[in-house]
Design a protein around this ligand. Structure first.
Ligand SMILES: [Zn+2]
Length: 374
């Protein structure tokens, strides 16, 4: 007995859509086919096979061309459907004057484009067949090493009567190892994508500021039509590219993670101007002198009146440099206090450039301070 077997292409009709035909130079009803490649036995295909792509065939002129299957919101099964109805149902962006549908398609197409680009890459890699990268090679080596190690140990530990079982175990371990190595080799494009392409895809997507809905809709469509990238990409990482409010489940997930520590800022305000400082500032001198970080043009204020330093990892510190003294009134305090030595600043309040806070305040010789987080 002889066998005829091999590989062949398979076609499955998905339905009809309205699409532009380059030969007819017009919108036509187009039959859409899923093209796959599968093993056959005596030319009987075994299953519909792995996906090669999607083709459209013009109903009028029989031109066959590749179609972007996720363009179509629906398929029509009636091959004699009215063309206008067909356009409306399967390809509304082609309706004259349907600007909203065209704009929606353009946006969808922009978000989809990076996926298709990297999907092409992934598809080529899958079509190239099994590939042995390091994990697969290690599994292959393991499929030899582990059975021999098993036999060696069994020979030392088990009685001679168990030999038949040891032989059986050897073969079982060897076959399991081979199957596992083969499985790993077949999944190599997936690992290749994760390690080499995924970051680039996410970077491209981020530039488009897609919403969660856009990303999820795109992923769902690609998954429905068996694009390998839909399985390869990490949905969690994908959704991190999304702009705008997150769906509830993601918000809860984010709440469970510790938020990154906000970077504090010290804001000093005077005469309607804000001066912002980050931790690690050695000295911010306040006074009448022009060289100072904050200049107060008041005859009651010394040339260098007070200084704020903010060592990293500690609270900002206020130090008086003037003979007339400096005072401090934190918000919520009932009265001001004189600044002797160094005083730590917390929360918000006012710095008076005189030991007499009320006097300084009446002259406007006051600096507001506020420690903002983030
Ligand atoms: Zn045609």
């Amino acid at each position: 007995m002889f066998l005829i077997w091999g590989e062949q292409n398979t076609e499955k009709k998905l339905g009809y859509v309205a699409e532009y035909c380059a030969t007819c130079r017009d919108v036509r009803a187009v039959k859409v086919l899923r093209v796959g490649r599968t093993s056959h036995l005596f030319y009987v295909p075994l299953g519909r096979g792995r996906l090669l792509g999607y083709d459209g065939v013009c109903r009028r002129c029989e031109l066959r061309f590749g179609v972007e299957i996720t363009d179509y919101p629906a398929f029509e099964q009636d091959k004699n459907a009215d063309l206008i109805e067909l356009v409306r149902k399967t390809n509304p962006k082609l309706l004259a004057g349907n600007d909203a549908a065209l704009a929606a398609w353009r946006r969808m197409n922009a978000v989809r484009e990076p996926f298709l680009r990297y999907n092409h890459n992934l598809l080529q890699r899958y079509l190239a067949g099994a590939r042995y990268d390091l994990p697969a090679v290690l599994a292959l080596a393991g499929s030899l090493v582990v059975p021999f190690a098993f036999v060696y140990l069994a020979g030392r530990l088990l009685p001679k009567s168990a030999d038949a079982w040891v032989g059986f175990g050897f073969i079982a371990l060897f076959i399991a190892g081979l199957l596992w190595a083969n499985r790993l080799a077949r999944a190599e494009p997936h690992r290749f994508f994760r390690s080499r392409l995924e970051d680039a895809l996410l970077e491209d997507l981020r530039k488009l500021s897609p919403t969660h809905e856009e990303l999820l809709a795109c992923l769902a469509a690609l998954r429905e039509y068996e694009y390998p990238i839909a399985e390869a990409v990490s949905a969690d990482r994908l959704l991190e590219c999304a702009a705008g409010p997150q769906p509830r489940s993601k918000v809860q997930a984010a709440a469970a993670k510790p938020a990154p520590a906000p970077k504090p800022t010290l804001v000093l305000s005077h005469a309607g101007k804000d001066y912002r400082f980050s931790p690690g500032v050695a000295e911010i001198v306040i006074g009448r002198s022009r060289e100072n970080a904050i200049v107060l043009e008041s005859k009651y204020v010394s040339r260098s009146h007070a200084q704020v330093a903010w060592p990293a990892g500690a609270a900002p510190r206020l130090k008086n440099l003037s003979r007339t003294g400096t005072s401090l009134r934190p918000d919520g305090a009932t009265q001001a206090m004189a600044c002797s030595g160094e005083v730590e600043l917390h929360g918000s309040g006012a710095i008076g450039l005189s030991e007499d806070f009320a006097g300084a305040e009446s002259r406007g010789d006051v600096i507001r301070y506020r420690i903002a987080s983030g």
